[in-house]
Ligand binder design. Structure first.
Ligand code: FAD
Ligand code: NAP
Length: 553
């Protein structure tokens, strides 16, 4: 961690723009607004340094599943050339080092106030400014509010009976402290999503005993990590312009050729060959979108991919009863997973798998976990790899109020909505980075797309000499309906996961992504600008009553 993190910010309380979050999104937003538009900006983050996801998720095995050369910013050519890497995928310490480097290189820390949680923000209709409250007790104001809160940032900790009685150590992977020692300990991991797979695979060889509490088995393919030859890296660095152009025009933005071939249009032998090649090459998104064009949309294609993975599990896992517990039978329709030898972990003598759907956790005891059938597992450490209240979870926890004092969680009571994944009617001059119904992709290029669009929208409003930019209710409704229509044409809605809000008890099952891809998203954003900010009202401060009529909600 960079020791200059706590560089003191000024004591001013009034800004042109306030940005919440100092991850990929917030850092770039600060650079654009301050260094390009010349605005006076303050960033707040509750962490004590930059990094966002990569600051918080320091659990063993944390690795990006986007190839290294695309899990970075593209906006600065020199930055792309000077950042050295040599593994196909980049691990958490290296991503955090990269973001620290970016913060230093663009001198960002002087405008970031760390260890400061924003507790709420309120739009003041009398002067068109946002009043932002923090946990330090101080309040700040700004004309523009950018929320780069992260879509996987609010942790989900299950409410097991007796959780507070556990006498050992308990950690959520998304809030992992430094210097945790697991070697020689009896460890339990709850959760087998992307995170669970990584942490389980990483710690199995070092712990005394590992008990995995699995609720839903997962389809996963190898990640295919390894050293990238120098010539390949040189080729990438020489061709970055063309690479980014293609990536930003693609659907998933993961850098591989997205298949246009339907799975059932080829013979069963050819399908097997294509799946096997992708399995050997590695990568979850590549397996789902690079093999055939319709794995995520066609039932037969989906079943073919699912069955290929099921057969792999049966071959890898030696104990048939364990293999059966690990074998998913539902759709292959969650954010695709990949791993570094996950299924083989269950061939180890020191690893036990418990199916907590069949035999749920009854309670946490001081010395471990008791399941409903009375089985007790003695544990020194309990790890919650139980994911996040994704996408809108960081918003609904805030006292975030737009026109008329409307709370965002009330505005979203039937599920989160937005216009373009960035704006919400009745929340003028507020822009979300990776807000609900933004693109479902490798995220840095989508983050850059949104940050650049937000910056241009603010510049446009300023050039026009206006106070307020606000999405109309009609535009928000229409974008949300469009996202639903696109998502309904896929099988994703049938896979219960965070991407539809299905992982949080009581949360409405809702479409939370624009699933038509980054290329198409960028085209829509360009059209909106070309049509003079279609779907926005760019106006001056007016009394609340008049505006409520225009906005109609
Ligand atoms: P974040 O990095 O989440 O940053 C948000 C920041 O906002 C945090 O620092 C948080 O402290 C701060 N914050 C939130 N609320 C408040 C508040 N109220 N007050 C003050 N500060 C606040 N994406 C990919 O594309 N590829 C991958 O391989 C990939 N791997 C991932 C692995 C893990 C373990 C996780 C959890 C996510 C992964 N993601 C991946 C998604 C990842 O979150 C994004 O790629 C990206 O890092 C998001 O950046 P961000 O700036 O939008 O949000
Ligand atoms: P997740 O996908 O939501 O998985 C959470 C796991 O915890 C699931 O297995 C879930 O079971 C289980 N769980 C939740 N509550 C439980 C309870 N009360 N009892 C028992 N089990 C419970 O979360 P995640 O693994 O942290 O991943 C979230 C996202 O982060 C990923 O989809 C991805 O976008 C990103 N990520 C990426 C990588 C990467 O490879 N680059 C790594 C980590 C994370 P159910 O399935 O039954 O709900």
């Amino acid at each position: 961690m960079n020791t200059s993190a706590r560089t003191r910010t000024s004591s001013h309380t009034e800004f042109d723009a306030i940005v919440i979050g100092a991850g990929f999104g917030g850092l770039y937003m600060l650079h654009k607004l301050r260094d390009e538009l010349g605005l006076n900006v303050r960033v707040f983050d509750k962490a004590d340094d930059v990094g966002g996801t990569w600051y918080w998720n320091r659990y063993p095995g944390a690795l990006s599943d986007t190839e290294t050369y695309l899990y970075c910013y593209s906006f600065d050519k020199a930055l792309l050339q000077e950042w050295d890497w040599n593994t196909r995928y980049v691990n958490q310490p290296d991503i955090l080092a990269y973001l620290n480097h970016v913060a230093d290189r663009f001198d960002l820390r002087r405008d970031i106030q760390f260890e400061t949680a924003v507790t709420g923000a309120r739009f003041d209709e009398t002067n068109g400014r946002w009043i932002v409250a923090t946990d330090t007790g101080a309040t700040y104001s700004a004309k523009y509010l950018v929320t780069a809160l992260g879509l996987l940032s609010a942790t989900n900790v299950p409410q097991f009976n007796g959780i507070e009685t556990f006498a050992g150590e308990q950690y959520h992977t998304g809030n992992w402290p430094p210097n945790v020692r697991l070697a020689g300990k009896r460890v339990g991991v709850i959760g087998t999503g992307s995170t669970g797979l990584q942490v389980i695979t990483a710690i199995a060889p070092e712990v005394k005993h590992l008990t995995v509490f699995q609720r839903t088995p997962q389809y996963s393919v190898p990640v295919g990590n390894g050293i990238v030859p120098d010539e390949e890296i040189a080729g990438i660095k020489a061709n970055y312009d063309a690479i980014w152009k293609d990536v930003k025009a693609s659907m998933t933005a993961f850098g591989f050729h997205e298949s246009t071939v339907p799975a059932m249009s080829v013979s069963a032998e050819e399908r097997e060959r294509v799946f096997e090649r992708a399995w050997q090459r590695g990568g979850g998104f590549r397996f789902m979108f690079g093999t055939f064009s319709d794995i995520a949309t066609d039932e037969a294609a989906n079943e073919a991919a699912a069955e290929f993975i099921r057969k792999k599990i049966a071959r890898i896992v030696k104990d048939p009863a364990t293999a059966e517990k690990l074998t998913p039978r539902d759709y292959y329709a969650k954010r695709p997973l990949c791993d570094s030898g996950y299924y083989a972990v269950y061939n180890r003598d020191n690893v036990t798998l418990e199916d907590v759907k069949a035999n749920p956790v009854a309670e946490v005891l001081p010395h471990g976990i008791r399941l409903e059938d009375g089985t007790e597992h003695e544990l020194d450490v309990l790890i919650y790899a139980t994911g996040f209240d994704g996408v809108d979870g960081s918003y609904t926890k805030l006292d975030l109020r737009g026109r008329g004092g409307e709370l965002i969680r009330d505005h979203w009571k039937h599920g989160p909505t937005s216009y373009l994944g960035m704006t919400v009617n009745k929340f003028p001059n507020m822009f979300m980075v990776l807000g609900p119904n933004g693109p479902f992709t490798n995220l840095p290029p989508s983050i850059e797309t949104q940050v650049e669009w937000i910056c241009e929208c603010i510049a446009h409003t300023e050039r026009a000499g206006h106070d307020i930019v606000e999405a109309t209710r009609a535009a928000e409704d229409s974008w949300s309906a469009n996202c639903k229509e696109i998502a309904d044409a896929t099988l994703f809605g049938k896979g219960n996961s965070w991407i539809f809000g299905a992982n949080i008890p009581g949360k409405p099952h809702a479409v939370m992504f624009y699933m038509a891809g980054l290329g198409s998203y960028r085209e829509v954003l360009s059209e909106v600008v070309a049509e003079d900010y279609r779907g926005f009202e760019i106006t001056d401060v007016t009394p609340a009553v008049e505006h409520a009529g225009a906005a109609g909600r």
